[in-house]
Design a protein around this ligand. Structure first.
Ligand SMILES: Cc1ncc(COP(=O)(O)O)c(C=O)c1O
Length: 465
């Protein structure tokens, strides 16, 4: 891999960074007033606005703050910047597309790059998953997949199949479908009765048996049998689909026990239930293979993706479905719309250009399998934190690491958040969910970056009470 474009630009002085920052007038002015209007998503707004953390520039493995500090990105932005920041080929692709054609309506019209991209994505996915429906985010991909599953059952004359099975501790985005099949209490409890007709499998997190596993944990494949319990309760004839993340990130880096996904697949097959893998974070190389389905060699019926499809630089998502699912819709009069669903910005030209540039970059630099090459260096470094204060588990797979801390009594999540703030002060961006530190660096990471990020977490863990 050429690293020339990944090196730090030399204008890292605060003045240069501020000059490049159109927001500088706000952040350097009376912060309280200027930061007031923006209601930030999934953010402790009041805490943030007292001491804002602002990025104004990015390149390769790093961000730069409005104060000119360089920050190592240990989470690929938000699990999305898999190719690293501001890669030239991708920047150029977006710039060219913006100059050439800004927008094309995706309903009853199209543009060539949408087809080119769908074809390239289909070539990366497991055999048989060849039909690509574009969205703008992971949440939209999840809503789309759930709707395809329901409409597919109906198209097959099985309209009574309208229940979904999700899993406890799952995150499937923030749409009403996604939070319904999801299993994060904090994201559900304030939003009313949600989607009807949803039940949940038990989650697979088992510290008693699996703490400090390297790679997938050994114990827990039998938890897939929980699906048999739900089938016995609801009857297979009422269940449209099961949706799971092959590896869950947002709920604390939860890995599937060895054999679990295979067992889920075979129970779904036995009962004629569709299996949806939510690959929003595992898609596009995170585990060391193009998709988790490739990695585990378990093929779902539908896959939801987003994030890495454009390496995060333009919003985009995609649902990839088995041919026969798509084909079940292609009946009736030809002038009729087969699936009444889609978004104004589905297959947006800028997103398609960005995605094509991204896939080229992945291919040229072997990034979709690079996590496999880096996995053992990364795992060694992360597991070296085992004896640090408060650490109760460490988990890893591909370029994903989870470090779970014992919560402070009466303050769940606070200890990990303090570690996050400490790392931020040290110039390393990590992410925490509950009391788990989640690491998911860009796939271009080199050993010296791993050393730096684990060094920062180590120092923070020693400091934080
Ligand atoms: C598994 C999974 N599904 C869906 C989503 C939602 O994606 P988005 O934030 O793009 O809507 C996420 C986001 O992290 C995710 O991890």
């Amino acid at each position: 891999m050429s690293t020339t474009d990944l090196e730090a630009p030399d204008d890292t002085s605060p003045t240069a960074a501020a000059a490049a920052n159109p927001l500088a007038q706000f952040v350097q002015g009376p912060r309280g007033a200027a930061l007031d209007a923006y209601w930030m998503p999934f953010t402790a707004n009041r805490q943030f606005k007292k001491n804002p953390r602002l990025f104004v520039k990015a390149q390769g493995m790093h961000y730069w703050t409005d104060e000119g500090r360089q920050v190592l990105d240990a989470v690929a932005g938000l699990w999305c910047v898999n190719a690293g920041h501001n890669r030239p080929k991708i920047v150029q692709a977006i710039q060219q597309q913006a100059a050439e054609m800004d927008y094309a309506p995706p309903f009853q019209m199209a543009h060539p790059k949408a087809f080119e991209l769908a074809d390239k994505v289909a070539q990366l996915t497991p055999a048989g998953l060849n039909k690509v429906f574009f969205t703008n985010s992971g949440s939209e991909s999840v809503e789309t997949a759930l709707k395809i599953a329901l409409a597919h059952a109906r198209a097959c004359g099985q309209g009574q199949k309208n229940l979904f099975i999700g899993r406890e501790r799952a995150f499937h985005g923030v749409g009403f479908g996604g939070i319904s099949v999801g299993g994060m209490v904090g994201n559900r409890k304030i939003f009313g009765p949600l989607l009807g007709g949803v039940d949940h499998l038990r989650h697979t997190h088992d510290l008693a048996r699996n703490a400090f596993s390297r790679g997938v944990p050994q114990h827990g494949a039998e938890l897939a049998d929980d699906l048999e319990r739900l089938v016995a309760l609801h009857d297979a004839s009422t269940i449209a689909a099961v949706i799971v993340e092959p590896v869950a990130g947002s709920t604390g880096v939860l890995l599937p026990p060895k054999g679990y996904l295979e067992r889920l697949r075979s129970i779904c097959d036995k009962h004629g239930i569709l299996l949806i893998f939510d690959e929003v974070i595992t898609g596009f190389g995170r585990l060391g293979a193009p998709f988790a389905s490739t990695y585990f060699d378990v093929v779902p019926d539908l896959m939801t993706t987003a994030k890495g499809i454009t390496t995060g630089c333009v919003p985009m998502g995609a649902v990839i479905v088995k041919n026969e699912i798509h084909d079940a819709f292609m009946v009736g009069a030809e002038h009729l719309i087969e699936f009444p669903h889609g978004y104004t910005y589905s297959a947006h030209p800028l997103a398609c250009a960005a995605a094509l540039g991204t896939l080229d970059t992945y291919a040229e630099e072997g990034l979709l399998t690079r996590a496999a090459t880096m996995e053992s260096t990364f795992a060694d470094a992360v597991h070296a934190l085992r004896d640090h204060p408060h650490v109760i588990d460490i988990r890893n797979i591909g370029l994903v690491g989870g470090i779970e801390l014992a919560p402070r009594p009466g303050e769940p999540g606070k200890r990990a958040f303090d570690v996050f703030l400490d790392c931020w002060e040290q110039g390393v961006l990590i992410r925490t969910t509950g009391d788990t530190i989640a690491l998911s660096p860009p796939l271009i990471i080199e050993p010296q970056h791993i050393e730096r990020l684990v060094g920062a977490v180590s120092a923070a863990l020693r400091r934080v009470a």
